[in-house]
Design a protein around this ligand. Structure first.
Ligand code: SF4
Length: 418
């Protein structure tokens, strides 16, 4: 079919200054076998050989260089709406280093009043860091990588924390005055039952978080997908990890995953949650502003190994390799340079398809007029007949959104939009 045109797009084709900033801090105490993020664990993260100080210094330098480049392109820029420290386990950073990075961000990028500042944290007592210091430095949202609240499932995933750690971490964040708390959970775990998933969900609800992210476990092979080369944004997979994933895949089940998603949708709706995105639920006013920047296809800047940025026209990424990242930014001699990586210009047709797909991930969906009159209309006629989309009214505007069945089978519609 012919490419779609954008549903509505003030920024299509135009490069704009970032609305958000992502800072990737890649250290973890141990690497989980299912994890595809850019992570450096073990002796990289702790002990005499740790690379943490050098990396934080390099990230601080990259913040300066990226800000210089933005100043040159855009002159005066609006302050950031959101700042997100992801990883890895960013909560491993010392309070001193975190304060230094915040100071650089404030000085070079600016934060608008009430800007959302998120820190990802692991729940373990030796991983969640000093939440009071983080809050004092400006963190107002903490995202805990809980993944499960069942001890046996956590062990099977290779996680270091217990369900009790999750409860203690949430309580500690509340006591520190963190305004918004997210809990990340995974379903479609190997051998996980629907009942086991329900237990995890109910235990998470009992902690009264403000936001829940529920993702199906995906076990990809970044080597096979060509993501691990010189400029690749992924690290190579070890043979042991590949074996773990092959065995774990045997314990996954698409039908069971669909039942688990359906259960979550019903349970959370009954408890007053809004599923504002396919995989994300929030209490009123606690939608993730930073993630909405991605889903609304607004521009964002990014620093750190493996981090991705987007300026409205071009998607760019830093290579995942830690040594090359540090060497570029902290050279023994000569001037600091931006780290190696890659970039990709997004065509108008791809941009429009991306915008439509991202909009459909949200419960606001797309405008009904656009769905009916653009080149995507055939796909929407098909999706309506298949029960994947429905019409609804949003403050007087006719719109189209995914049904529950559409959320479960969204890829079938998304592929037709590409
Ligand atoms: S703790 Fe999180 S970021 Fe670190 S290896 Fe495990 S899943 Fe990946």
């Amino acid at each position: 079919m012919s490419p779609v045109t954008a549903p509505s797009s003030p920024a299509e084709g135009a490069a704009l200054p970032p609305a958000g900033l992502y800072v990737h801090l890649p250290f973890c105490v141990a690497r989980c076998p299912y994890c595809d993020f850019t992570v450096y664990a073990g002796t990289f993260a702790r002990g005499p050989k740790a690379r943490t100080e050098r990396l934080y210094e390099a990230v601080n330098r990259e913040l300066e260089l990226r800000a210089d480049a933005l100043d040159e392109r855009f002159g005066r820029r609006p302050p950031l709406r959101s700042l997100y420290f992801g990883g890895g386990t960013p909560s491993l950073v010392s309070a001193e280093w975190f304060e230094r990075l915040m100071t650089t961000v404030r000085r070079r990028f600016g934060l608008e009043p009430g800007a959302e500042v998120t820190l990802e944290a692991n729940p373990g007592s030796d991983e969640r860091g000093d939440l009071s210091s983080f809050a004092a430095a400006g963190v107002n949202r903490v995202s805990f990588g809980a993944q499960s609240l069942t001890a046996a499932e956590l062990r099977r995933l290779g996680r270091r924390h217990s369900p009790a750690d999750v409860a203690a971490a949430v309580a500690e964040a509340r006591a520190a005055g963190v305004a918004s708390i997210n809990v990340d959970l995974l379903y479609d775990l190997p051998e996980q039952t629907v009942t086991g998933w329900e237990d995890t969900l109910r235990a998470a609800l009992a902690l009264r978080p403000d936001h829940l992210s529920l993702y199906a476990l995906t076990l990809d092979d970044p080597d096979a997908e060509g993501l691990t080369g010189e400029a690749g944004d992924h690290l190579p997979t070890t043979p042991g990890v590949r074996r773990w994933r092959e065995a774990a895949r045997l314990g996954q089940d698409d039908d069971r995953a669909a039942d688990q998603y359906r259960l979550a949708t019903e349970l959370l709706a009954a408890d007053g949650w809004r599923g504002y995105e396919i995989s994300n639920w929030a209490q009123p006013g606690h939608e993730s502003r930073h993630n909405l920047t991605y889903w609304e296809r607004r521009p964002y800047e990014a620093v750190g190994p493996g981090a991705h940025a987007f300026d409205g026209r071009i998607r760019r990424w830093n290579a995942a390799d830690l040594a090359r990242y540090i060497d570029a930014l902290l050279p023994v001699e000569g001037r600091a340079a931006l780290p190696p990586g890659g970039s990709e210009a997004i065509s108008v047709a791809t941009a429009a398809a991306e915008r439509a797909i991202l909009a459909l991930r949200l419960d606001r969906g797309v405008g009904a007029v656009w769905a009916a009159e653009s080149a995507a209309s055939e796909a929407f006629i098909w999706a309506r007949q298949a029960g994947l989309v429905e019409d609804f009214d949003l403050e007087g505007e006719a719109r189209v959104r995914l049904t529950l069945r559409g959320r479960l089978l969204s890829n079938e519609l998304f592929q037709r939009l590409l």
